[in-house]
Write a protein that binds this ligand. Structure first.
Ligand code: NDP
Ligand code: 2IT
Length: 460
């Protein structure tokens, strides 16, 4: 007769085989989409204990359903450049999962955007949004448009063309886009203006990240970066560590990066390095954030300009070199797969204590496994960067109520949400037999909320 342990082991092996089968189907159905495969694999691999405890998720084919987007829209985006030439880009919107609310997620404008990137981001967004506790489903969009070097007029015409098509598929109770890489308040403004013109009415809640003067929320701009630091602060506190007097490296110098640096500095950290896609700056005495803000937010210049004003700082034209700067806390806030196994090894050998992912999927599988193996505190992106979409949801709430809260009010709510995401991820990790593993905890906590809502709504 088999022992109880053997029976359990066989059962777990069956579940593992089932999960592998679901993953193989995803790969077959979506060939050559490596980022999408990566995001799906990370979530599926976390779910064994959740399926062991909840076998009805298997009977109800929750995995097979959750990996398949409810809808994927691809469209032509024609626009006229300043020379009078017609240009064509490809636009995307993936409406991934609406079990707990209208589709919600950003829009990315970057030349690398393709179906794989948008699907990986949309898939991550389902679980991230569930973790926030807010009523928002998962979606993502974008275009392979390169905003670098484009005039303001070109950006506006591109946004108008993009929205001319997208407007057919979105609405305050249907799908609510926001910003992501290459899309900030300026682009959201042009997108909103075009949507309003097409609809003939002021539906404030159709987009978030709007300007403060026409329905935007205070603290949305700061929310992702601040939220990442709030999350990491909780994780550090739980391990008798803190930001004060720590050395911090933050990749990128865009929206998420700038406000992660700001909050880390406020908490007493010395932030010594940041980057853009061309290279990184190292300023031993601490980055001057006012200079970075002016260069990036106002003048739209490259980060290497920083050293002209701060000659003690060093610029190196290799963005991934930033991970060789010794630090206690690393906050990757630029883009996917920016920390590979090699960079992770360097961080570990330099004594890093904690990683907080402000970007989406910035660490490869191999990097994450190394951090976990070496007991480095690791805050996964879908939990740690959920502050942006959380405040987006608060923006929707303010729009519905036709009022606006103070900065302090929104910031306090954001802080509470990040604390509760940390607590729920930590508790789920413990409940499901992986104490301290916030990757497993966040994936399961997000998944269970969505899976239960899907079951309650029947096979749809
Ligand atoms: P931005 O466009 O404002 O900034 C992106 C920054 O990352 C820029 O400094 C950019 O440099 C840099 N970057 C891009 N590619 C690389 C690279 N290969 N190496 C080094 N730096 C690079 O985008 P966001 O700050 O909004 O987004 C950053 C990340 O955070 C993304 O992963 C996004 O999905 C995620 N995120 C964003 C949220 C938001 O609310 N905005 C919410 C949650 C997650 P360059 O200017 O040279 O391109
Ligand atoms: O990745 C993300 O969570 C975002 N880009 C923000 C999404 C949003 O709807 O605010």
């Amino acid at each position: 007769m088999k022992s109880l342990e053997q029976v359990e082991q066989t059962h777990n092996e069956h579940i593992d085989q089932y999960i592998q089968h679901v993953f193989e189907t995803v790969k077959k159905r979506n060939p050559h989409e490596s980022e999408f495969h990566q995001a799906v694999k990370e979530v599926l691999d976390s779910l064994i204990p959740a399926l062991v405890q909840n076998p009805h998720y298997i009977n109800q084919a929750i995995l097979e359903r959750i990996v398949e987007p409810e809808r994927v829209i691809t469209f032509r985006v024609p626009w006229v450049d300043d020379q009078g030439h017609v240009q064509v880009n490809r636009g995307f919107r993936v409406q991934y999962n609406s079990a707990i609310g209208p589709y919600k997620g950003g829009i990315r404008f970057h030349p690398t955007v393709n179906a794989s990137i948008i699907k990986f981001l949309g898939f991550e967004q389902i679980f991230k949004n569930a973790l926030t506790g807010q009523p928002i489903g998962g979606g993502k969009g974008g275009a392979d448009f390169d905003p670098k070097g484009k005039s303001d007029g070109e950006i506006m015409r591109f946004c108008q063309s993009f929205m001319s098509e997208l407007s057919k598929h979105i609405g305050p109770d249907i799908d609510v886009p926001a910003g992501d890489i290459g899309v900030g308040a300026r682009e959201v403004g042009y997108l909103f203006g075009q949507y309003k013109k097409i609809r003939g009415g002021f539906e404030a809640g159709v987009l978030t990240g709007k300007g403060i003067g026409y329905g935007g929320s205070l603290a949305r701009k700061e929310a992702t970066g601040y939220g990442t630091v709030y999350f990491v602060e909780e994780m550090l506190k739980d391990n008798d560590l803190c930001f004060k007097d720590s050395t911090v490296v933050v990749s990128g110098s865009g929206n998420v990066s700038i406000y992660a640096m700001e909050k880390a500095m406020e908490l007493g950290a010395n932030v010594v390095a940041c980057s853009d896609s061309s290279g990184y700056i190292y300023d031993k005495k601490g980055i001057n954030l006012n200079t970075v803000k002016r260069l990036k937010e106002v003048e739209h210049k490259r980060i290497h300009e920083y050293v002209k004003e701060h000659p003690d700082a060093i610029y190196t034209d290799d963005p991934s070199g930033i991970w060789s700067v010794p630090c206690d806390i690393a906050l990757p806030c630029a883009t996917q797969n920016e920390i590979d196994h090699h960079s992770a090894q360097i961080l570990v050998s330099n004594g890093v204590k904690a990683i907080g992912e402000g970007a989406n999927m910035p660490s490869t599988h191999e990097a994450i496994n190394l951090f976990l193996k070496e007991n480095i505190l690791f805050a996964p992106g879908k939990a740690a960067n959920a502050g942006g979409v959380s405040v987006s949801s608060l923006e929707m709430a303010q729009n519905s109520a036709r009022l606006s809260w103070s900065f302090e009010e929104v910031n306090n709510r954001l802080h509470r949400i990040m604390k509760s995401i940390y607590r729920n991820s930590k508790d789920a990790a413990e409940t499901y037999g992986a104490p301290g593993n916030l990757v497993v905890g966040a994936n399961i906590a997000g998944f269970v909320r969505v899976a239960d809502a899907m079951i309650e709504q029947g096979v749809i």
